[in-house]
Design a protein around this ligand. Structure first.
Ligand code: GTP
Ligand code: MG
Length: 150
């Protein structure tokens, strides 16, 4: 099964939205395989957002990501990379549909409360940037037999 990296950014943590966000992934049927609370350094944030180096908002974005606790997670499930992005909604909450996490819970693009990997390669790279292989827990969730056809 596919895995993706999801992070609740410092605004989501400070606004008390951790359980709300986790709930949406859990209810969908995805399986949590790693989770930790961490304050990333600025250097680490720059590594995470390396592809955005040179963008005008890059410095502010990395300052922000390293400004407080972040909930770093790995979620597993069929199609979780692409559909996880759907649950999250468009980058700017001005464009995110109601019903999505950003659409329901955020207003501005620089404070859009959650990050999700944008493809299989970035998912792989981000999971190994944020977690050691041993941090990823392999288990069968009881619900799996009700979520997937054999
Ligand atoms: P992530 O899941 O956080 O990676 O968001 P994304 O994949 O939807 O967007 P992208 O990777 O292009 O941008 C990363 C983050 O940079 C976004 O989540 C925003 O918080 C921030 N960002 C992107 N575009 C802008 C912008 O035009 N202005 C500001 N202030 N922030 C931006
Ligand atoms: Mg992105």
């Amino acid at each position: 099964l596919e895995r993706t990296f999801i992070a609740i950014k410092p605004d989501g943590v400070q606004r008390g939205l951790i359980s709300e966000i986790i709930n949406r992934f859990e209810r969908k049927g995805y399986k949590l395989v790693a989770i930790k609370l961490v304050i990333p350094t600025k250097e680490f944030a720059e590594k995470h957002y390396d592809d955005l180096r040179g963008r005008p908002f890059f410095n502010g974005l990395c300052d922000f990501l390293s400004s407080g606790p972040v909930v770093a997670m790995v979620w597993e499930g069929q199609g979780v990379i692409k559909y996880g992005r759907k649950l999250i909604g468009a980058t700017s909450p001005h464009n995110s549909e109601p019903g999505t996490i950003r659409g329901d819970l955020a207003i501005s693009v620089g404070r859009n409360i959650i990050h999700g990997s944008d493809g299989p390669e970035t998912a792989k790279a981000e999971i190994s940037l944020w977690f050691k292989p041993d941090d990823l827990i392999n288990y069968t969730a009881n619900a799996e037999k009700w979520l997937y056809e054999p």
